[in-house]
Design a protein around this ligand. Structure first.
Ligand SMILES: *Cc1c(COP(=O)(O)O)cnc(C)c1O
Length: 574
């Protein structure tokens, strides 16, 4: 099958500031990058013609160290691209502050199930021709100040367009901007439409010609999450002529360049990453038509070995066609229980290896791992420690496994980690809490699969989608989550997990949410876990059948092909 080979538009050029391809390539910080990696894996499986573009991030994101009180410190996570990637010969140039900065690319290949390849190009400015400062521009993911960030976005967007051309991608490309970081690619496309007539005002026809080539996925429902750069900075980095062209595009609000507006203005198709997020985005940007395509995860990547073995035996078609996971309903319950027990044992072994703590196998084990940041509220579970202790005593023991890094400058996120450590100390032996360092793809796969229950407590409506609960679902781990992002769609009470709070339009409330969390944990989840083994396993099975079969990137990429990439009239949103 080759979904876009016959498409007159040709190849999809997928641009993303972060990409999670494998644990040895630390060029991602969280869900956005994992989504990019999973998208390319599924595109390769489906035979979609796609090429990825990102930055090399030679010094990675960072390595996380936590002291005994949960204080996070960071060191560089340098890696050797030379060991994994193939250097490309052709180079490209981008202008930054009047300097001609040389860019080269390193190639990685994502190989699909039947051998179809999706190349990923990592852009690199560490070349002797460049000034010492320019050489650092592809070092740090989300490092440095606004100036550094804007220069990085020039490399990603404009350098990316130039390198694809240098590498011989001559056919028409569909440019997919995964979040606004790469929106400057539209400036390059516009300049080639205007034939380099610098400073001139682009005609509507020229703007339309760029729009026909671009697709934009927005990822954050929080206005502060959108990149903005001051006009002084824009003039400094771009010079007069380009700044005038940018100004003519009307993407500047309050004397600053807003990358989201730039992407919105030049995309023929725009989407949010879950149904609710689509609605919220329409509210934020009422002048634009915004669709929604709900995120997924790459099923084969995120299924633990015990469940992969089980699916291979019972529904062997699942790798090739994830819809077959629907037929997990026919798998005997004892086989589901046995696979889960193996995944749990693997997790507990990893906990012991990393922390020296030997957690018992029997207690209800709750998992919480994701970027540590304030809105995700990792401390909601600890709103009332006495109540938590009392229910563990009265109904049955529970233990909790945490993981997640805070951005080095996110003081609120760092405080969240310290609060988890404080709660762990206060709870002592009555509810054991461990926090694993260095949450990454490899650890994520083990945690999501090995716990009994996946907890997610974002402050509504800030979770655009969330994907770790989808990884859990593939492994028969139900979610216990705030009704936000994907969970509004994935939640079937007592069939795929449980809700925390309600699905009202009003913003979430801490004490209301924590009350709901405690009530349900005490009255529904713990009693089920300790009293009704078979019902519990049935719930694992229905979680796989209902959510594993749908919340995967295979279904998601099908939807992008149908709704975004193919040039049907409907996809050319007015
Ligand atoms: C899946 C994943 C995420 C995303 O988790 P959310 O629950 O969507 O926030 C972040 N980091 C890593 C390492 C992951 O594997």
């Amino acid at each position: 099958m080759n979904l876009t080979a016959g498409n007159p538009l040709g190849t999809v050029a997928y641009f993303s500031m972060e990409v999670g391809l494998e644990p040895a390539i630390p060029t991602y910080s969280g869900g956005l990058g994992i989504l990019a990696g999973d998208t390319m894996r599924s595109a390769a499986d489906l035979g979609v013609s796609m090429v990825g573009v990102t930055l090399l991030h030679r010094k990675g994101y960072f390595r996380q160290h936590l002291n005994s009180r949960g204080h996070q410190s960071e060191t560089q996570d340098s890696w050797n691209p030379e060991d994994i990637l193939e250097p490309m010969e052709p180079k490209a140039t981008v202008a930054i502050e009047g300097r001609q900065v040389q860019v080269r690319a390193w190639r990685y290949e994502v190989r699909g199930l039947s051998g179809h390849r999706v190349p990923v190009y990592f852009l690199d400015t560490a070349l002797p021709e460049n000034t010492p400062w320019d050489r650092t521009l592809t070092d740090h993911l989300y490092g440095g100040d606004n100036h550094y960030r804007l220069c990085q976005e020039v490399i990603l967007g404009m350098g990316g367009v130039a390198i694809l051309s240098a590498l011989g991608f001559k056919e028409k490309l569909i440019y997919h901007m995964n979040e606004g970081h790469s929106a400057l690619l539209t400036l390059s496309l516009l300049e080639s439409q205007c034939q380099g007539a610098k400073g001139s005002i682009p005609t509507e026809a020229e703007v339309e010609a760029v729009r026909r080539q671009c697709v934009f996925t927005t990822h954050t429902p929080v206005p502060a999450g959108h990149d903005q750069f001051s006009w002084e900075l824009v003039e400094q980095v771009f010079g007069r002529d380009r700044t005038a062209l940018l100004e003519a595009t009307q993407c500047c609000v309050d004397r600053s360049l807003n990358m989201t507006y730039l992407a919105l203005r030049f995309a023929r198709y725009i989407n949010g990453v879950a149904m609710r997020h689509g609605e919220i985005s329409v509210g934020m940007f009422p002048d634009y038509p915004i669709d929604a395509i709900t995120n997924g995860v790459h099923a084969v990547t995120w299924t633990s070995p015990p469940f992969a073995d089980l699916f291979d035996r019972r529904i062997p078609e699942w790798r090739q066609d994830n819809f077959y996971l629907r037929y997990a309903v026919g798998i005997p319950l004892h086989e589901i229980a046995a696979a889960h027990a193996l995944a749990k044992r693997a997790l507990l072994a990893e906990v012991e290896r990393q922390t020296g703590v030997r957690l018992p196998e029997h207690p209800l084990t709750i998992g919480f791992a994701r970027r540590a940041t304030t809105y995700k509220r990792p401390d909601l579970l600890f709103a009332d420690l006495e109540r938590l202790k009392a229910m563990a005593q009265r109904v049955g023991p529970l233990q909790v496994i945490y993981g997640g890094k805070a951005h080095p400058r996110d003081e609120g996120g760092k405080e969240m980690i310290r609060r988890v450590f404080q709660a762990a100390a206060a709870l002592g032996e009555s509810v054991k809490v461990v926090y694993l360092e260095e949450y990454d793809m490899a650890l994520g796969k083990i945690i999501c699969a090995g716990v009994d229950l996946w907890l997610n407590t974002p402050l509504r409506p800030q979770e655009a989608s969330g994907t770790s609960g989808m990884k859990a679902a593939l492994n028969g781990v139900p979610s216990f989550s705030i009704l936000d992002g994907w969970w509004i769609e994935g939640h079937v009470e007592h069939v795929t997990g449980w809700s925390i709070g309600d699905d009202s339009a009003s913003p979430g409330d801490y004490s209301h949410d924590s009350d709901s969390l405690y009530d349900k944990l005490e009255r529904v989840i713990l009693p089920l876990y300790y009293g009704k083994q078979e019902a519990c396993t049935k719930l694992r099975r229905s979680t796989i059948a209902l959510n594993g079969s749908f919340f995967n990137t295979q279904r998601m990429v099908y939807q992008y092909v149908t709704n975004a990439y193919s040039l049907s009239e409907r996809n050319y949103l007015k």
